[in-house]
Design a protein around this ligand. Structure first.
Ligand code: AMP
Length: 270
């Protein structure tokens, strides 16, 4: 596995791959890799691509009071995991490689970037779209894989790719969960043992809503055991407009805080 730490070295590697006629499958991450990330790599491999994974904790998607500094950084173990998955190249750029003029937002999300997580994290998706746009251009990927765990992000990336006329196919990959239902997340490592024990209640309550119980009841359930609920909403997965759970394409979104940890999840009512 090639380890590439600068934009210039990446350009050399991509030129070589393109010369060999390889199609590039790209999986962007912020590292602290878990089985959720690895499932995206498998999805890229299935499509017979040369797989590039990036590890970059993107400063422009964190607000000043968020966890940019404390975000888990586990480069050594990440590299070992990627080698075991037979990834072809890992790109670990510096901030300067991505933002030569200093970290700043260049892409604005549509108004769907202001709902759900965007309502409590203003500007977050502008930062996400800015870095994804840059990484897609730097890697010249034919396909890029994103997790449905971050459904709003996936939705906005699809919009951005269309808007910017990027020649890349965006692949959605399903959420990977712990055996007790908790969606895997790099931020789960922030949870205390007590918090980790109750964290699966997020998914439990999403399942109960899917089976007909009310959003209000779910909120109360979660608040009663120590969660602070940011939102629970049912939206149409094609439009992100409010809908009813009985409707086709309904998807239930939740964001909660447990102690100091913000967790998100969603469940499609198939
Ligand atoms: P992150 O490192 O958190 O920025 O995530 C990188 C990619 O992994 C994004 O496309 C996420 O949606 C995806 N991802 C994160 N957690 C999961 C999960 N539990 N299952 C599937 N994909 C995930």
């Amino acid at each position: 596995m090639k380890i590439v730490r600068s934009k210039n070295d990446l350009i050399d590697s991509i030129n070589e791959l393109e010369y060999q006629g390889k199609r590039i499958g790209f999986v962007p991450t912020m590292g602290a890799l878990h089985k959720g990330h690895l499932s995206l790599i498998e999805a890229a491999k299935k499509r017979n691509t040369t797989v590039i994974v990036s590890i970059f904790v993107n400063p422009t998607q964190f607000a000043p009071d968020e966890d940019f500094d404390s975000y888990p950084r586990r480069e050594e173990t990440d590299i070992e995991k990627l080698k075991l998955c037979n990834v072809d190249l890992v790109y670990i750029p510096s901030v300067k490689d991505i933002y030569p003029d200093g970290p700043q937002v260049e892409i604005k999300a549509s108004d769907k970037g202001n709902i759900l997580c965007g309502a409590s994290r203003p500007g977050h998706f502008d930062g996400v779209l800015t870095v994804v746009n840059k990484l897609l251009k730097q890697t010249r990927a034919s396909i890029a894989v994103f997790g449905e765990k971050d459904y709003q992000q996936l939705f906005l990336i699809r919009e951005m790719v269309k808007e910017q006329n990027l020649d890349v196919e965006i692949i959605a990959s399903p959420t990977i969960r712990e055996s007790d239902g908790l969606a895997m997340s790099s931020r789960n490592s922030y949870l205390s043992p007590e918090e980790r024990q109750i964290a699966p209640q997020i998914y439990k309550n999403l399942q109960q809503i899917a089976e007909g119980s009310s959003i209000e009841e779910a909120k109360l359930n979660l608040e009663n055991i120590g969660f602070e609920v940011d939102y629970i909403e049912i939206l149409n997965n094609k439009t992100l407009e409010p809908t009813d759970i009985a409707e086709e394409n309904a998807i239930i979104f939740a964001a909660v805080t447990l102690g100091d940890t913000r967790l998100i999840d969603n469940l499609s009512k198939k």
